[in-house]
Design a protein around this ligand. Structure first.
Ligand code: R5P
Length: 337
């Protein structure tokens, strides 16, 4: 179910409909692109994108973009390789069409989780994708909740890193839970800063789960640091992929006496068994954003999707007008430290 944008009040600001933003979209999330265009008072620019018989991608920009500042919306979600290649080809088309600048608006930056070598002879795909975008001709990236902030440093071009966390926090705030009953929970040690900021915003305590991955794509919630007995737990993660991490964590929280469990995550990758796991897990509600498109009609009632369109439109508008992006944010600025 799509919840409308009235939850994100602090971002409300008049967008000048007369400024000429050239917005385009790949095929990975055209619905979000349409919403962003509407919020900006513009439309998604005309472009032909089609596949050849052998699956190669063809792109043609239909109108002149000579000397224009161009924004292309394309999350790197499933099919990841196709969407990435499509974005690179779109950027190449704009470069060869003499666009003045090309900003890749990447609501979900795929390949981000391979951001370091954890053992010998591995690739660092987050850096490789940064290099590919730059080589294709991208001048700037606008990304939402990167898996780790350090990925910004993988680029030698400008990166604007924005946060959708407030959208999720504001939803939880509207539930009017008594802060004394609530615990913000990080499902792994990597997400502690995010959970700490949830705790600060909600005025509640913090708990942390020690997650292990002994096998590929398999998460084990090993132990809990903190007290959740009779508490309402708000777990927050950046990504739900197979939902192994979050559902194993929920089971542990229930075992430790949690009363209710809410899950907040920015990027609903939802691979394989994710939806079924979430449905069956002892979780009251799962709140995600639309950085990645889904047929929400098929979601179980407990999964709510909130839109990042307003956030993206504000950021695009500010980039276009050379205004501050950081002033868009409140507590997330503190997440950097
Ligand atoms: C890992 O560091 C991420 O923050 C997520 O916790 C992870 O990607 C979720 O994956 P899955 O849903 O497959 O357990």
């Amino acid at each position: 179910m799509m919840i409308k944008e009235e939850i994100y009040k602090q971002l409300e600001r008049e967008i000048n409909p007369t400024h000429d933003i050239k917005l385009f979209s790949g095929r990975s999330n055209p619905k979000l692109a349409q919403e962003v265009a509407e919020a900006l008072g513009t439309s998604v620019g005309p472009m032909i994108i089609k596949d050849f018989a052998d699956s190669e991608i063809y792109v043609q920009v239909k109108d002149s973009v000579r000397g224009d500042d161009v924004f292309v919306i394309q999350p790197l979600c499933k099919p990841v390789n196709q969407n990435l290649m499509e974005l690179l080809i779109i950027i190449d088309a704009f470069k060869r069409a003499s666009a003045k600048s090309i900003t890749a608006v990447i609501p979900y930056y795929g390949y981000a989780r391979q951001d370091r070598k954890t053992s010998g002879r591995e690739a660092i795909t987050a850096k490789l994708v940064a290099d590919l975008l730059t080589t294709a001709g991208c001048n700037r990236v606008l990304a939402v909740d990167l898996h780790t902030g350090q990925i910004q440093g993988f680029f030698n071009i400008l990166v604007d890193h924005i946060f959708a966390t407030s959208i999720l926090v504001n939803y939880i705030k509207k539930l009017n839970l008594n802060p004394e009953d609530v615990v913000a929970v990080s499902p792994d040690t990597g997400g502690v800063k995010r959970a700490r900021n949830f705790a600060k915003e909600l005025g509640c305590t913090l708990a942390i789960i020690d997650k292990r991955r002994d096998r590929h794509n398999e998460a084990i919630a090993n132990c809990l640091i903190g007290d959740v007995k009779d508490k309402i737990c708000v777990m927050c993660d950046d990504i739900i992929d197979t939902a192994g991490s979050i559902t194993e964590a929920a089971k542990l929280l229930k075992k430790e006496g949690a009363r209710d469990i809410y899950v907040c995550a920015i990027h609903p990758v939802f691979s394989g068994p994710a939806i079924q796991r979430l449905e069956e897990a002892p979780i009251k509600e799962v709140i995600v954003t639309n950085t990645i498109p889904h047929d929400t009609e098929k979601f179980p009632e407990k999964i709510k999707q909130l839109s990042v369109a307003n956030l993206l439109s504000q950021a695009i508008s500010r980039i276009h007008d050379d205004e501050s992006i950081s002033s868009l944010f409140g507590f997330e600025k503190e997440m950097k430290v």
